[in-house]
Design a protein around this ligand. Structure first.
Ligand SMILES: [Zn+2]
Length: 226
């Protein structure tokens, strides 16, 4: 059975349990992982991130069930553990990261900039004991000189993007390192939808960076929303 047919079958079966007779589900190549749906009485349609295409049938069945709980009972049923296990596995990152990078059109897809190599930042942070090596991490410059989102991390895909505004000798190296450190902290903390992204714990970790105050002052000058 094809992945599409299997998806459709799993969602139809789960739908039946909840009184939905017309159910459609299809894989969609969203850039970010997401699931969208529309529904009315007895009818529901789902667009499921195609990053789940290779997931076991059990994962898809669990997902379908949790989504029907969500739409019928209005409560946020947690995604099944089997799905979390699959999505945080090395196999998942190895298979899906290249797809994600291909879909990220604002990435140069390289850590080598005109003036700076992001891997040098990572090495400096490692040497200082600020971060640990993560072989699965992919780090790249952005093509555009983003001023609003100066750094970005997909924890799921283990991809970090750094604005090319820092690929500039005028910006001190430690400011770049601080931004890289910030994004690598997100990676280290992992997927945790229940705790705020930039909560007090995160801020405390950030302040372990030796020159965080100076770096912050710089960022307030360069970045629009810092
Ligand atoms: Zn952040």
């Amino acid at each position: 059975m094809s992945a599409e047919a299997s998806l459709q079958e799993s969602f139809q079966m789960a739908g039946k349990e909840f009184g939905y007779s017309a159910v459609k589900a299809e894989y969609t190549p969203f850039k970010e992982f997401k699931i969208k749906w529309q529904r009315s009485a007895g009818w529901a349609e789902f667009q499921v991130s195609d990053y789940l295409m290779d997931a076991d049938k059990e994962v898809i069945q669990g997902l379908a069930h949790s989504l029907f709980v969500r739409i019928t009972k209005g409560r946020r049923d947690p995604y099944p553990e089997t799905m979390k296990d699959w999505m945080t596995s090395s196999d998942f990152v190895r298979q899906k990261q290249p797809v994600y990078v291909r879909r990220s059109r604002n990435l140069t897809r390289s850590p080598m900039g005109r003036n700076r190599n992001l891997l040098d930042s990572v090495s400096r942070l490692e040497r200082q004991g600020m971060v640990e090596k993560d072989e699965e991490m992919f780090i790249s410059w952005t093509k555009e000189r983003n001023l609003r989102r100066v750094g970005y991390c997909s924890v799921l895909m283990k991809v970090i993007a750094i604005s090319s505004v820092f690929d500039d000798p005028e910006v001190p190296e430690y400011v770049l390192d601080y931004v890289v450190y910030h994004e690598m902290l997100h990676l280290k903390n992992g997927l945790d939808p229940d705790s705020p992204k930039h909560g007090p714990e995160f801020r405390a970790q950030e302040r372990e960076f030796p020159r965080w105050q100076e770096a912050e002052a710089w960022l307030r000058k360069i970045a629009l929303d810092w």
